[in-house]
Unconditional design. Structure first.
Length: 381
């Protein structure tokens, strides 16, 4: 639970932010809205607004901890249950979260803290989704793709194109399964893989889709060395063996001969590498945002109630250099005194803070609020 004085401070800041904010949400009157408090991200839903000005008035008046909307459009967005809203169609959404990457740092700092490694990892995954899957395999143009920071530890990627607007949940699941590498049949790429004594023929880098992806990833990892191969889940002993015969192995892959180095249990081996190339998404059904047309997702530019950061929209050309702990800061003015609990070192707006342990410190408002909302500090009067 967030204590009363923390809540009062956060709500005051959020209110002032929304009084100045400006929203330009397309088809705003056809979307469902949902809002949350500091304990629950969606505490109320089935709201609708006739225009952006009324949405802004609502946000400035209520200063909710979380504000979400549907990527689906409806004829009657405030009706309930869902079936009575009369679904018109939906953009395609991908929700990438650092916690789904199962990074080593997370076992040290826990799942509610986010470190630079988490943020870099999930940004790389977002770029991979766009550059390696959405554009080459599905043919979406970059003009149809938009990205925003989630406000905490991930990114939301949206594709708005006429062709996919009316796609069913089942068809959306097909896309999310493809990018997650679900049910890939290894014998499709390596027809002789289960035949003993037969030469292992496989995909080449110019192949379309998953086969080409595997071949390209292997050639690039072989060129970069053992660490790159290890990041594809390849055991270091085998990685070293592959690097020793690098020229030969690369020549083999580019000509479809995958038998230059002897690898035990090939099916399992190459299946595991493909899993590493796939996009890590929430794999449980209720977390898979892409398939769920009724899902509500953070409204770009609204404040995230667990961080005080804004869900910033990011231009695709700026994504590589985007730094959430700087570029998504919403409250740039003032300082605040807080009493911390145990806080790992962190960086905001280019400055290092912490580590702290039960300390009284004066911090910029954005850093103090970040710790308060993460339940790692309390305001001092
Ligand atoms: Zn981390």
């Amino acid at each position: 639970m967030l204590d009363e004085s923390s809540k009062r401070i956060a709500e005051g800041l959020f209110r002032r932010y929304y009084e100045k904010a400006n929203f330009q949400i397309g088809n705003v009157n056809e979307r469902e809205f949902g809002f949350g408090d500091f304990e629950k991200k969606i505490a109320y839903r089935h709201y609708s607004f006739k225009d952006n000005a009324s949405l802004k008035r609502y946000l400035a008046e209520k200063a909710p901890a979380f504000a979400s909307y549907s990527s689906s459009l409806y004829r009657y967005p405030d009706r309930r249950p869902m079936e009575r809203k009369e679904w018109l169609g939906s953009g395609l959404i991908f929700d990438l979260d650092a916690n789904d990457l199962h990074l080593e740092c997370q076992s040290k700092h826990g799942s509610s803290w986010v470190c630079q490694n988490c943020l870099d990892g999930v940004k790389a995954e977002t770029i991979k989704l766009i550059e390696d899957f959405l554009v080459p395999d599905f043919g979406f143009s970059k003009g149809e793709i938009s990205v925003n920071f989630s406000g905490n530890r991930g990114y939301h990627v949206r594709v708005d194109s006429k062709e996919l607007f009316s796609m069913t949940s089942q068809e959306r699941k097909g896309i999310s399964d493809y990018i997650a590498g679900v049910n890939l049949d290894i014998t499709r790429f390596f027809p002789t893989i289960s035949q003993r004594g037969k030469r292992l023929t496989g995909p080449t880098p110019s192949d379309y889709g998953w086969g080409g992806k595997l071949a390209k990833a292997m050639v690039s990892a072989l060129n970069s060395g053992v660490d790159s191969l290890a990041s594809l889940g390849i055991d270091r002993v085998i990685a070293r063996k592959l690097v020793r015969s690098k020229a030969d192995v690369i020549f083999g892959i580019t000509t479809g001969n995958w038998d230059k180095v002897n690898i035990p249990r090939k099916g399992e081996f190459w299946g595991n590498v493909m899993k590493r190339i796939a996009i890590a998404q929430g794999d449980s059904i209720d977390k898979n945002v892409t398939n769920d047309i009724y899902h509500l997702i953070r409204i770009p530019e609204t404040i995230h109630g667990d961080t005080g950061l804004a869900g910033k929209a990011v231009q695709l050309t700026m994504l590589d250099g985007f730094d959430p702990m700087k570029d998504a800061i919403a409250f740039r003015q003032g300082v605040m005194r807080v009493r911390t609990g145990s806080v790992p070192a962190f960086q905001m707006h280019g400055e290092e803070y912490g580590p702290y342990k039960d300390s009284d410190v004066e911090l910029p408002v954005y850093a103090a609020l970040y710790l308060i909302l993460k339940r790692l500090a309390k305001p001092l009067e």
